[in-house]
Design a protein around this ligand. Sequence first.
Ligand code: PLP
Length: 234
Amino acid sequence: MQTEHLAQRIARLLERVRLSAEKSQRAPEGIRVLAVSKTRDAEEVRAAAALGLRDFGENYVQEGLAKIEALAGLDLCWHFIGPIQSNKTRALAEHFAWVHSVDRLKIAQRLSAQRPAQLPDLQVCLQVNISGEDSKSGVDPSELLALATAVAQLPRLQLRGLMAIPAPADTLARQREPFARLRDALVALQATLPTLDTLSMGMSGDLEAAIAEGATIVRVGTDLFGPRATPRGG
Ligand SMILES: *Cc1c(COP(=O)(O)O)cnc(C)c1O
């Protein structure tokens, strides 16, 4: 992709975020744009970084590691947002700053044990199965409090909040429902865990709805980098 197109897409996206924030009387600085760079090569990430983006999200461990290594000289913040297999936790603990998709205690325990002591705490969100979608990812809301209190006690992790990938919906009102449930779940947890501050929700197709319901991180791939060539990671 040509850099001027990327610059336009970034500008358009930031304007969308700004307008959505304004509508909800929120400060745009309170919404972090996570550029989802899955299937994009390191040079596309480098171009986006040169245009001011700093947070990048990856779904596949090997693919992410290759880009992290290729771009090690840039001061980027790497987020893992994909499904986590337990044999991949060491790579996540050693190379990423954030993991958004923790949905069981065993994974959190491994990340905690494997986070190198010289690195800052790994920033963690719990993925919640908020719309009961058939996807097997995400903790059931009924088990969230138990998981969150257990994860919050683990060393070398900092539990920051919640993440969800709701089933697609076609109207703004319908899109807002699951995001509102995730926000309510965060508010409920804050009674026990008052330092939680993150709602990772909203993608290219529904970021207005997510921002209206309090998203603090929106994860955007298609609207920044264009459509992905393969359905991989959809
Ligand atoms: C791919 C992906 C995104 C970005 O989706 P777009 O629709 O391309 O913006 C966000 N979050 C997760 C978890 C993803 O897998």
